[in-house]
Design a protein around this ligand. Sequence first.
Ligand SMILES: *Cc1c(COP(=O)(O)O)cnc(C)c1O
Length: 362
Amino acid sequence: MNFPFINLKAQYHAYKTEIDKAIFDVLESSSFIGGKVLDDFERNLASFVGVKHAIGCSSGTSSLLLALLALDIKKGDEVIVPSFTFVATAEMVSLIGAKPIFADISLDDYNINVDTVKNLVNDKTKAIIAVSIFGQMPDLLALREFCKSNNIHLIEDAAQSFGAKQNGLKSCSISEISCTSFFPSKPLGAYGDAGAIFTNDDELASKIRIYLNHGQTKRYKHSLIGFNGRLDSIQAAVLNVKLKYLEEEILKRDEIAKIYNENLNKTKLILPKIKDGFTSVWAQYSVRVKDRSSVIKKLDELGIPSAIHYPLGLHLQEAYLDLGYKKGSLVNTELVSEEILSLPMSAFLTKEEQESVIKAFE
Ligand SMILES: *Cc1c(COP(=O)(O)O)cnc(C)c1O
């Protein structure tokens, strides 16, 4: 059996008529940057999340950069980030000249929490970027309390959790600023690079809009040093169609996760845990296994795709060697990086495909 890790083609075919029309409408309008399509999408995003401002931008990475710029984080400042994440979370902190301080994760949800960050806060700490890894948020309500009492900013990196909930509150609605990615394989995916940023704060929202358009307050009036971080209209049009189906897709993913859970719980795999009061959008269905390389070899032989998210903590990456972390600095991150393995997951994974994955572990 040979099938894709995430079936984007099946998804396209399911919504093809609507998506094709949305793209052709943009071509006919010749309004490729900004305009009505983007305004509509931003309004739909804000109401989906339950937040005052949703601002489309060019990628998840640029949404993180915009959050840090809007919060005035600069050289000499420290920002706490998990080491167990995609590099963009820490990369943008470094790029603006601030210092990422790597936090370890909990073995329950592979996220940071108040316990894993509290000893890292000092006078220089300006913010925490909490990543909602694999589709499940960390306890953002507790982190928000912690940040408030320590007078530091909280940013959610919700690149993998768009649509997830804590106590009924959506991902991207709890932190001061939230960032997400619409990279094609994320829970809500564009047909190219795209992202969005969310806040309830009017002042932050207007700063973000200025930064993502070259610091312009009016045409050719530049009040800040910004960059081109805009979301283009074709991506907004595609996302506007797909957003309508997101809740339905999340239910399907949840059903698939349930079937994995029920059928893999007597195997040698450590299965993902969802905390009480939380939901996951299953950006990944990731298990842990001791003999990972032999398991991957067996899956490969059976034509079953799998992936490693992520094979090495950021604190041990070459780019961050100068920060002085050593093997043993963040024990949970190191353990999970060696054992984690993502199995095929998408709303369009077929019954036969999933059965073949389950069978491989019998
Ligand atoms: C994908 C991802 C990003 C980056 O998003 P892009 O749209 O690819 O720039 C950032 N953080 C996390 C946790 C991600 O998974």
